[in-house]
Ligand binder design. Sequence first.
Ligand SMILES: Cc1ncc(COP(=O)(O)O)c(C=O)c1O
Length: 506
Amino acid sequence: MDNDGSEKKILAVKDAHEGITRRGFLGTLSTGVAATILMMPTFSSALSKDKTWGSPVRPPDGSLSTEETFFAEFAKTFTIDPRDRYFAAAQKGSMPTPIMKRYKDGLDQVARDPFPVYLEPSAETREKIARCYGANTDEIAIARNTTDAVAMILSGIDWKPGDELLTSTMEYPNCVATMLRVATRFGVTIREFGVPMHPSATAEEVIESARRQIKPGKTKVIFFSAITQSNGQKIPPRRMAKLAQQYGLITVVDGAHYGGMFDPKLNDIGVDFWGISGHKWQCGPGGTGILYARNGHHSPNPAPLPRFHLVRSGQLDTPLDGSRPTGFDIGNALSIYGFPESADWRALGDVCELWDVIGRGRIQNYILALADYLRQRLIARFGDGCLLQPTKDPELKSGIVAFTPFVDQSQRRDFKLAVTFQDRMLKEHLFHVGMGGLDSRGLTRAPSLEATALFSGCIPNRNSVTNAPEPTDIPFRASTGVWLTRRDINVFVDACEETAKKLVMR
Ligand SMILES: Cc1ncc(COP(=O)(O)O)c(C=O)c1O
């Protein structure tokens, strides 16, 4: 959220309190979002009654119970099957009804008259996204998803043979695949740092683990997930950006779970490149994503802009050597690739604005508070050792909770049992539970000899001091999307207990 955005919200809150009409407030928003809210009768009335609305942070008395009332109203704008208390935002979000309606209208319009291609100029959509994500418009490109954005970024780095790419042990398989291709093609060595994931792990420990693996003069890039897929912990991007700058490294972040969950002030974080999903926590259409390329000297990162090659761009008048002349709009260049489905792009801009209207800080706090509630309930039911992620340091927590309901070490590492638990949770209780530590071909996997230390479903982690492979228990994952309440969480925990008990007592 930039200053301009905050100012708008403050005015909006003031207007609401001074009895100025809702329509007057809506006039301050772009027409798409204003129309969106007007089409949400229950929610817009909840908003106008809610004295804190537009507040960028949880209100002072904002206990979970206060916020639950507000978010329960918001939940009504999603069409998720009510029998399915959906705990899988980390896989795919759901579009709120008004966003979806305008999206469908857009598809109809394009089908009737395909020739113009763009329902909304892409510069306008990029400007909306940039405002919502705390970036400049020339730093934002519309991508197809995180996988696509990360592939464009890693393939566009100005690699030289012998360079090293430092990454965590927790990277998503699609991005591992890109890293392997880049490494082979450009003669780059991949080095991994282990991610401390025990309950009392601290951000400092994570940073020091990464620092130990930096080879000055050789390491060129650090690539990591802001929130890991395998156990949902944060690898704190601000601290990692600082670390990278101390050694003159380029930072590339997989932000699949960052957009829509956290309040993303990208220029303030100091990272060079982000790939962000539009369709997970941000709840835009499938096949939308955001590519951020720092394109200026922001105070948290005044380093010279890294040379960057455009892999996929139809723009002809761009430098071919990876340099960026003054005024070069890299976001635009990276957004020119054939004819997109413009209804997708416009819907992404709309839903980003909707998140800003609700308050990204408020969404973040609600998701995190629900996740903490889920952690407490799980510990109460399955004991202290049930969480497979840091639980103390707020810098390492997200809305993805990784746990195991099994107590016995052998059960916690039994892949067949894990698959059965996941299966039964879906068939008997309609819960989608994420499971397993990445793919069977992570970086610490075969053909690496170190892979012999690992078993199916574990996270192929490394010890943060010795860097030796350190397999973990098999994680189950639940994501606390904005449509959930504590009651849903209670039902979920009951289902976990019932399912685990049945399996263990067989
Ligand atoms: C950490 C992480 N990165 C990337 C992806 C791929 O996301 P996308 O569909 O946006 O490419 C996922 C998907 O779950 C993920 O968890």
